[in-house]
Design a binder for this molecule. Structure first.
Ligand code: ATP
Length: 559
């Protein structure tokens, strides 16, 4: 790794502080210059002494007497000779000065030949973008001086650029996304593909800082996250924009402990992004994200799942405490969301009655209710074909009033189903996630802003970007939260998810007390999924679990 030494300019602090530091540094430099001969001679004396000690130790015992005699004879001769002691001291000092000289090889003054070639070719590649024919003093010109524009550079162990600060002329249109994108694309290609780069444009100083980002860890499994109520971990990112970290276990068997910066999404009454939309190509990990959110939501709230994918990816949640419904059929989805819309309105009415009476909101309006919809566009198409109710049309109230009523909507959709999303869904889902491969246009249309990083060539599942409202775009890796009933799931990850699942609920008809405003749903599909889940679970010889409820009931939480 070679780094060009640079004068450091203080980026903050007052001018006076900067002057004092400069004075102190100058004084220290002068003192070092004055004391340099003394330091060299002392170092030389130390080296001579240790060489003498080594010689004495290496001398066989029977020859030490003769050696001592020779030294004593020399000392006597020196002492008796005219000016002997003086000459001996001068000779000793000269020898010490010679041995004490700095033997460390001088640091290379510049980059190694291979690195130099990379910098030169990068400079030449930038010339067409950063030069103008009418510029009298061009910063960039064919065969020009790259040293003038690359003020800092750093190479990694493989000799590839890891960090670079580039100066560019003030007339470069750095405020235009297209101009920036061209430069970022070029740098991504020239600095080496297969890595992710972060670009920071300093428009005031006309400087671009390019940094190589370490890959995000893909071995973080689902686990209890240390968060406050109302906080949901969407995934993990790099520390450039996120100051907070979460203590986590990771590795194949959760054997390592690290602090990792999370992307935390806040929901509830004070949230400015109360609903979320996750988009991706098939297999990019949006269902996994929904499962991860559901497992976290179940700590403090109730969950209704509407699965348009219909592949039973949420079967593990069926009948669990707090899971009000897992719907895979259109009729069930409509019934559940009708109930959710009515529940939102009931909560609003109860809360506003309490506000008018000067009371705090009633307890039964405060338990978070989560509506998780995976590929609702499938039901939209089915409803259109049957002339039935589109489940999305029932999301109006939860989306509009969810924040005040503690109802959160999360929608996962594939890119080709985006057109089928209704306007309220697009409008109210201000927290956005894009997973898997996506073009720059797709990223910008979903996130509302381009990421400041280049896309990686091989996207692992669960990798993508997140943006909360108008905040920065974060790189994101969703924790591995696979379907525990999927045969392809590793045992460690399966166990991690099973450990987070709440216990199975007592079937509604065996509830000891009355369930207020319970709404019985058409559960034909859910029963099927529950039966499959139970069978799969028995096969996996999980500790004896009570039988799955015959039909889950959507009920107002009694807790
Ligand atoms: N964060 C993740 N970490 C590790 N593996 C993941 C992650 N997310 C998804 N996967 C794996 O990728 C595969 C696809 O995931 P998932 O089913 O969530 O994708 P999807 O976007 O919902 O696609 P589809 O709608 O086609 O099912 C699964 O095998 C899953 O285990």
């Amino acid at each position: 790794m070679a780094r060009r030494p640079l004068p450091r300019i203080l980026s903050n602090g007052s001018a006076q502080l900067a002057r004092s530091r400069e004075l102190a540094r100058t004084a220290a430099d002068s003192a070092t210059d004055v004391l340099h001969p003394l330091i060299t001679i002392t170092r030389g004396l130390r080296r001579l002494a240790s060489a003498g000690r080594r010689r004495w130790v290496d001398t066989p015992k029977e020859r030490r007497g003769a050696l001592l005699f020779a030294v004593a004879a020399v000392l006597l001769a020196v002492a008796l000779a005219p000016y002997g002691p003086l000459l001996a001291v001068v000779a000793l000092m000269a020898a010490a000065a010679w041995h004490g000289r700095d033997r460390a090889p001088a640091a290379p003054a510049g980059p190694a030949p291979g690195q130099l070639q990379r910098l030169k070719s990068l400079y030449e590649a930038l010339v067409p973008y950063f030069s103008a024919s009418d510029d009298p003093e061009p910063l960039y010109a064919r065969g020009g001086d790259w040293g003038k524009v690359f003020s800092e550079y750093e190479f990694d162990g493989d000799g590839r650029l890891a960090h670079l600060v580039i100066s560019y002329p003030a007339y470069f249109t750095d405020a235009e996304p297209d101009s920036r994108a061209r430069i970022e694309h070029l740098l991504g290609a020239k600095c080496g593909r297969g890595r992710e780069y972060h670009f920071a444009w300093d428009e005031e100083a006309n400087q671009l800082t390019v940094r190589v980002l370490a890959p995000l860890s893909t071995d973080i499994a689902a686990q209890p996250f240390v968060t406050a109520p109302g906080e949901t971990v969407l995934g993990f990112t790099d520390p450039t924009r996120v100051q907070r970290t979460l203590p986590l276990t990771h590795g194949a068997h959760g054997e390592e402990r690290t602090d990792v910066p999370p992307v935390v999404w806040r929901t509830g009454v004070r949230s400015t992004e109360p609903h979320l939309l996750a988009v991706g190509q098939p297999g990019s990990g949006t269902s996994t994200l929904l499962r991860s959110i559901a497992l976290q939501a179940l700590h403090h709230g109730d969950v209704v799942i509407v699965d348009g994918g219909g592949t039973g990816e949420y079967a593990c949640l069926t009948g669990r405490d707090g899971v009000l419904a897992v719907e895979c059929a259109l009729s069930g989805a409509v019934t559940s969301l009708e109930w959710a819309a009515a529940e939102t309105e009931r909560r609003l009415a109860a809360a506003s009655k309490a506000h008018q009476a000067g009371d705090p909101p009633p307890e039964d309006t405060r338990r978070p209710l989560w509506l998780l919809l995976d590929r609702p566009s499938v039901f939209t198409h089915l409803a259109a074909a049957d002339d039935g109710t589109d489940p999305q049309s029932l999301l109006q109230a939860p989306l509009r009033h969810g924040r005040a009523a503690n109802v959160t909507v999360v929608v996962a959709e594939q890119f080709d189903g985006l057109d089928a999303l209704t306007a309220p869904v697009r409008q109210h889902t201000r927290a956005r996630v894009v997973l898997g491969p996506a073009t720059a246009g797709q990223l910008e249309s979903v996130l509302g802003a381009p990421p400041h990083t280049t896309p990686v060539e091989q996207m692992p599942p669960g990798r993508g970007y997140a943006r909360l409202g108008t905040g920065p775009v974060h790189r994101l890796q969703v924790p591995a939260t696979p379907d525990p009933y999927d045969d392809a799931t590793s045992e460690a990850h399966r166990q991690a998810v099973l450990d987070l699942l709440p216990p199975r609920t007592t079937p509604a008809d065996e509830e000891p007390g009355p369930v207020p405003e319970a709404v019985r749903l058409d559960k034909a599909a859910t029963e099927k999924v529950a039966a499959a889940a139970l069978a799969a679970e028995t096969e996996m010889s999980e500790p004896a679990a009570p039988p799955a409820p015959e039909g889950a009931a959507v009920a107002e939480s009694s807790s």
